[in-house]
Ligand binder design. Structure first.
Ligand code: SAH
Ligand code: SF4
Ligand code: F3S
Length: 451
């Protein structure tokens, strides 16, 4: 690192990968103002909480965290350490910005996910104590135009937001209200950003969007964008998330069969296995159409690892409906998955539906679902033992002499090897498997050459 930053910036990130990307970009916006990122909020000059609104628990966390940060702000002032500015960003900021300011007076400014390029101005206003300190516009376009081209990344993998917002309005979900309508970045901007990442040593990008496969920048499709990106020197692996079954176009499925750069792992949330519930969720697909879609994808890329999201206890879900979720899981077979108890979100259609499910019933269903998904995940991992997988090494392991990377299927893989392997893709013979990771040995001595 060159110069010591004059000002200490602490960013805490909640929620999805899009928030992770946004947090990095906020740091990029603030760097020219002399802010450098630190790992401890105590004594920081600026604290940013990048928040998530998806479930009640996520939102409540923000208010308790703000209580802690306020104490630090008071301590800093009392110790003569100067002012700590507190900013709340992200989806809670968008959904209930004014309420945040009312509930926690220590908050200096509030900025929504499409407005954080305005941070410097908002901070200046907060310090002058005049002018609006809440920015919650919806124009993703303005944000991307205003963000600095320079990104500071450390590591060999990076996120790249290509699409924002959602027009699907699943009846349980706040995202269409916090992130606005679907909007795609122009192809050339994305290609340029990806090139810069590759120049900085990034070997793998994950393209992000709330509905990433609805990407339609300049009339392109996600498949066409991926083909462009696959041509960039040094960029060897491409992933994308999160997809909607409805937007899984034939050309994207074909790309999975043809492009070695496109990793054989697909996060494709289904939410539930009962058509009655899927309809009430406004998902616009049935259990059957989802299963057929997976068959088609597997026909193009037989080894693809499937991942999904599930909600249990949606209003009106009976035991028989839940059994259908378990049936669907058994039929598809998931390599990994996320499952949640339905959380009633203010303003969403489902929150007003009759037939809200008891918390105890939700908990019991979640446990049963998780047990099945865990078994599948373990079985999938165990199935890799004895295979040789190309692993992109990312960092040093916890034990000396060990490096950690990822398989094409997104599993963490540990192996003995020098740190010079970081940033290279190396064949590893898998010898052991646990729920969350694999262990293996480097397959050849030529693997030790850095690519
Ligand atoms: N755009 C993505 C992800 C949205 S949020 C998609 O369409 O899948 C990530 C996951 O959170 C969702 O897939 C869903 O499983 C879960 N989720 C969203 N709203 C929820 C709610 N009100 N209660 C419980 N889980 C929810
Ligand atoms: Fe939410 Fe549905 Fe949009 Fe995903 S597709 S962000 S679950 S409304
Ligand atoms: Fe949460 Fe907003 Fe992402 S609500 S899941 S941070 S889009």
């Amino acid at each position: 690192m060159s110069e010591t930053p004059q000002k200490r910036l602490y960013i805490k990130t909640y929620g999805c990968q899009m928030n992770v990307y946004d947090s990095e970009r906020m740091a990029d916006v603030l760097r020219p103002l002399g802010y450098g990122v630190v790992n401890d909020p105590e004594g920081a000059d600026l604290v940013v909480l990048n928040t998530c609104h998806i479930r009640e628990k996520a939102t409540e966390k923000v208010y308790s965290e703000l209580g802690q940060i306020k104490l630090m702000k008071d301590r800093k002032a009392a110790d003569g350490g100067g002012r700590m500015t507190i900013a709340v960003a992200g989806c809670v900021a968008q959904a209930e910005g004014q309420e945040i300011m009312n509930r926690q007076k220590a908050v200096d400014l509030v900025v929504g996910p499409q407005s954080y390029h305005q941070l410097p101005e908002l901070i200046a206003r907060a310090h002058r104590a005049t002018g609006e300190r809440l920015a919650a516009d919806f124009a993703a376009e303005d944000k991307f135009d205003a963000l600095p081209a320079e990104r500071q990344v450390n590591g060999v993998t990076a996120f790249l937001t290509v699409q924002e917002g959602c027009d699907k309005f699943c009846t349980f979900c706040v995202v269409p209200y916090t992130r606005g309508g679907e909007w795609s970045r122009p192809v050339n901007d994305i290609v340029e950003e990806a090139r810069r990442l590759a120049d900085q040593g990034v070997r793998e990008v994950t393209l992000l969007g709330q509905n990433v496969n609805a990407y339609d920048g300049d009339g392109s499709t996600l498949a066409r964008l991926v083909r462009r990106l696959a041509q960039i020197d040094g960029l060897d692996r491409i992933r994308y998330t999160t997809s909607h079954p409805r937007d899984m176009g034939d050309d994207l499925i074909e790309a999975h069969g043809e492009l070695p750069e496109l990793m054989p792992y697909l996060h494709l949330p289904v939410q539930a296995g009962s058509d009655k519930i899927l309809k009430a969720m406004n998902r616009d697909h049935t259990a059957e159409s989802y299963v057929r879609l997976i068959e088609k994808i597997r026909a193009a890329r037989p080894d693809i690892a499937m991942s999904g999201d599930f909600i249990v206890g949606f209003p009106g879900e009976r035991d028989g409906d839940f059994e259908k979720t378990l049936e669907l899981v058994r039929e598809v077979g998931f390599a990994s998955a996320f499952s949640f108890k339905y959380s009633r979100r203010p303003g969403t259609p489902a929150s007003a539906m009759t037939g809200q499910v008891d918390e105890a019933v939700k908990a019991e269903r979640l446990e049963r679902l998780n047990q099945l998904l865990d078994e599948q995940q373990k079985a999938f991992n165990a199935g890799q033992v004895g295979k040789v997988l190309p692993v992109l090494f990312e960092k040093a392991g916890r034990h000396p002499g060990q490096v950690v990377g990822r398989s094409p299927y997104l599993q963490a893989v540990h192996a003995e090897g020098p740190e010079s392997l970081i940033g290279t893709i190396v064949p590893v013979r898998i010898e052991s498997a646990a729920k969350m990771s694999l262990g293996g040995v480097l397959e050849t001595s030529s693997a030790l050459e850095t690519a």
